[in-house]
Design a protein around this ligand. Structure first.
Ligand code: FES
Ligand SMILES: [Fe+2]
Length: 417
């Protein structure tokens, strides 16, 4: 008789070889999915949206994360808050997923009424002695960092979120993402594990052969290469780009635009990496021709040659350019399905059809997302088969993936797996 007992998650984690992709079960197993949700998505700082999801008092935005649901809102005083999207009476979901505007939160089940600060205001037929203070909504830890929202569902959130704030607040300040507007949003369900979505996002090894539209604005030398694999012409091009980058980054820094790479990899709870990168061609924006899509620039930006502030997080990636920003977040739905939500942000006063054309603004990343979804599905399909063995990451183009896998294993083990 075959022994079909599953190896414990802890052995899979211990079996991970440095420099290699994860053992199959860490991408494919339902119990690992549940462990990921518990550890990564419920106890770390997870990208949840943007301030601009709830621009006005009374705006609410409900989002499912793992087996939780939260509601982010702006209260009557303009304060951003997040709560578990669960009624204090018998636990019904208060608000349906998506955006809305309310005066108060009213549970559809028995009409308990909550103020936007979470206080229970009315609980009909509960009797005069009922203590409403016990029924306030349970808050969720929430941080807005330069207009990007992060939540932690755990009781004791990692305090190194302060490092992310310290690094990113000054980098994002001139773009005033807090007061931007969501011009467009898409949801894609990728047919793969969330870690394959994140791995795919963190390398550009696949870009030249898969993303012709994105490559108009990306300089592939920025994403690593084996110097011995280059032709003499390519090597000269790479050297010229390195010199140009050094000069450009120094000029940006001198203009008060922080640009250097900051890497918060293994050894930290809150994983992130940022760097300001040169945009190829005309150097303005990730559009079909590399020029700005919106003539109304973000925040206080006055020039378009400020590159791409690139920020990766645990479940997110972002590109912030002078004229617009693209904000992505991934949420695991099951071991083999991942929701990727993408938002395109413009200046709040930028008018569609006047200041920007929506198709020009969105086409590169809409197309790139579809290409990436196909690659993630392809990766997952192979990992699921009996022939899969963990494979080697390129030390030149995939070192960041090795770091991500190392970080993941560390975090899971730090939480008892
Ligand atoms: S469950 Fe919400 S009012 Fe009863
Ligand atoms: Fe890609």
């Amino acid at each position: 008789m075959l022994d079909m007992t599953l190896e414990p998650v802890s052995s899979l984690l211990r079996a991970r070889r440095p420099g290699h992709t994860l053992p199959a079960g860490l991408y494919t197993r339902q119990d690992v999915h549940e462990a990921d949700v518990e550890v990564i998505f419920h106890r770390h700082w997870i990208a949840a949206g943007v301030d601009a999801d709830v621009p006005e008092p009374g705006d609410v935005y409900a989002l499912d994360i793992g087996r939780s649901s939260i509601v982010i809102l702006r209260d009557d005083d303009g304060v951003l808050r997040a709560f578990h999207n669960v009624c204090s009476h018998r636990g019904a979901r208060l608000v349906d997923a998506g955006r809305g505007t309310v005066g108060r939160l009213v549970c559809p089940y028995h009409q308990w009424v909550y103020e936007l600060n979470g206080e229970l205001l009315d609980a009909p037929h509960m009797g005069a002695t009922f203590d409403k203070a016990l029924g306030h909504l349970r808050p969720v830890h929430l941080r807005s960092i330069g207009g990007l929202l992060y939540v932690c569902l755990g009781e004791t959130p990692p305090d190194d979120i302060d490092d992310l704030a310290r690094v990113m607040e000054p980098r994002l300040a001139p773009y005033d993402i807090r007061n931007a507007r969501v011009a467009f949003e898409t949801d894609i369900v990728e047919r793969g594990n969330w870690k394959l979505t994140m791995e795919n996002n963190r390398e550009c090894y696949h870009c030249t052969s898969n993303h012709p539209e994105l490559c108009v604005s990306f300089v592939h030398y920025d994403f690593g290469f084996d110097p011995d694999a280059l032709s003499p012409e390519e090597a000269a091009e790479a050297r010229a780009h390195a010199i140009r980058y050094e000069r450009q980054a120094a000029a940006w820094e001198a203009d008060g635009l922080p640009s250097s790479a900051v890497d918060h990899g293994p050894g930290h709870a809150t994983n992130f990496r940022t760097q300001r990168l040169i945009i190829a061609g005309p150097g303005e924006s990730q559009t079909p021709n590399g020029r700005a899509a919106s003539r109304r620039l973000l925040g206080t930006m006055t020039r378009k040659d400020t590159g791409d502030v690139h920020l990766w997080g645990i479940n997110s990636w972002n590109h912030v350019m002078a004229d617009h920003a693209v904000v992505f977040a991934a949420y695991p739905l099951s071991a083999d399905r991942t929701l990727v939500r993408t938002k395109w942000l413009v200046h709040k006063d930028a008018v569609e059809g006047v200041d920007y054309d929506l198709a020009t603004l969105t086409t590169v990343w809409k197309t790139t997302n579809e290409q990436d979804a196909a690659l993630v599905a392809r990766a997952h399909a192979g990992v699921e088969t009996a022939g899969y063995r963990p494979g080697p990451y390129s030390p030149f183009t995939e070192a960041t993936l090795d770091d991500f896998a190392t970080w993941y294993v560390e975090r899971m083990r730090a939480h008892g797996f």
